[in-house]
Design a protein around this ligand. Structure first.
Ligand SMILES: [Fe+2]
Length: 272
């Protein structure tokens, strides 16, 4: 069974449902994106179109939006099953927390029907009360995963907030691209710092399915390997995301040790 293959690399954050967000525009984009992923060795994908949490409060508009996503997803699922039968392709969402009391009961908002939900806050700014929101979600049986925490403007370098999020039961997902400076030097520093403190549970591509974009999976993995993180790569790219498919909590990831060599530092600068 492909879902039980212990070596399958999984990706749980991407935008490959065509025409519903700022990711893939057409089925061709979807198929090109999945092709890039399979070439990188990824065999399990949960793709995660953007949706605003506030939309749920407007039942009519929400139903209309979700119908559109359902239809586009069905087309994408069928096309991928035909062209890439070896790929386990599922759907979730990346929910934008634009309100402090989101209702995330609808299973379509969850990652592949699990209890995990991928979350972000608007405009890469953290509003007050993030710990409270995550804690309330956890109390109603949702396992929140904070997408790319390293990308938030002004994220505290001591990582106290990241620790608080984890203390109330949230998990953290860092983007591969952050490790090679795709989102700037500060996001890169934060990504590495989070890994050094053992605060990261998943790595993901956040691939937006447009022809000019790179997946950055291999580049991110190479960089983490150069930082001495081979064990972390396996846990963050295979073990823990696979556990989402089985609705199981991630296993703890050991701290990334070792100093950055001059060579690694230079490579980081060159790839920016
Ligand atoms: Fe995303």
């Amino acid at each position: 069974m492909r879902t039980d293959d212990p070596l399958s690399i999984c990706d749980v954050h991407s935008h490959l449902v065509p025409g519903v967000d700022d990711g893939a525009r057409t089925i061709e984009d979807t198929l090109d994106g999945v092709k890039l992923m399979t070439q990188a060795g990824i065999r399990k994908i949960i793709t995660t179109p953007h949706v605003d949490a506030s939309l749920v409060r407007n039942p009519e508009r929400y139903a209309e939006h979700m119908d559109r996503v359902d239809r586009a997803w069905s087309d994408a699922e069928r096309a991928v099953a035909e062209k890439f039968p070896e790929v386990d392709f599922r759907c979730g969402h990346e929910v934008m927390l634009d309100i402090p009391d989101p209702d995330l009961e609808d299973e379509r908002l969850h990652l592949g029907g699990s209890s995990f939900v991928l979350l972000e806050w608007p405009r890469l700014q953290l509003p007050p009360g993030t710990v409270g929101v995550l804690s309330r979600l956890r109390r109603v049986g949702i396992r929140p995963i904070v997408a790319h925490p390293e990308r938030y403007v002004g994220f505290d370098r001591d990582l106290e907030l990241a620790k608080e999020w984890r203390r109330v039961g949230a998990y953290l997902q860092v983007n591969y691209g952050s490790l090679i400076g795709r989102y700037g030097p500060e996001a890169r520093r934060l990504a590495v710092r989070l890994l050094r403190r053992g605060l990261v549970d998943y790595l993901a591509t956040d691939f937006h399915g447009r022809p000019h974009l790179k997946l950055l999976y291999r580049e991110g993995v190479e960089m983490l390997s150069e930082l001495g993180g081979d064990e972390q790569i396996s846990l963050l790219s295979i073990t823990n995301p696979q556990r989402i498919f089985r609705d199981e909590e991630p296993v703890p990831v050991p701290l990334l040790l070792g100093e950055r060599t001059l060579w690694v530092r230079l490579r980081g600068l060159l790839k920016r």
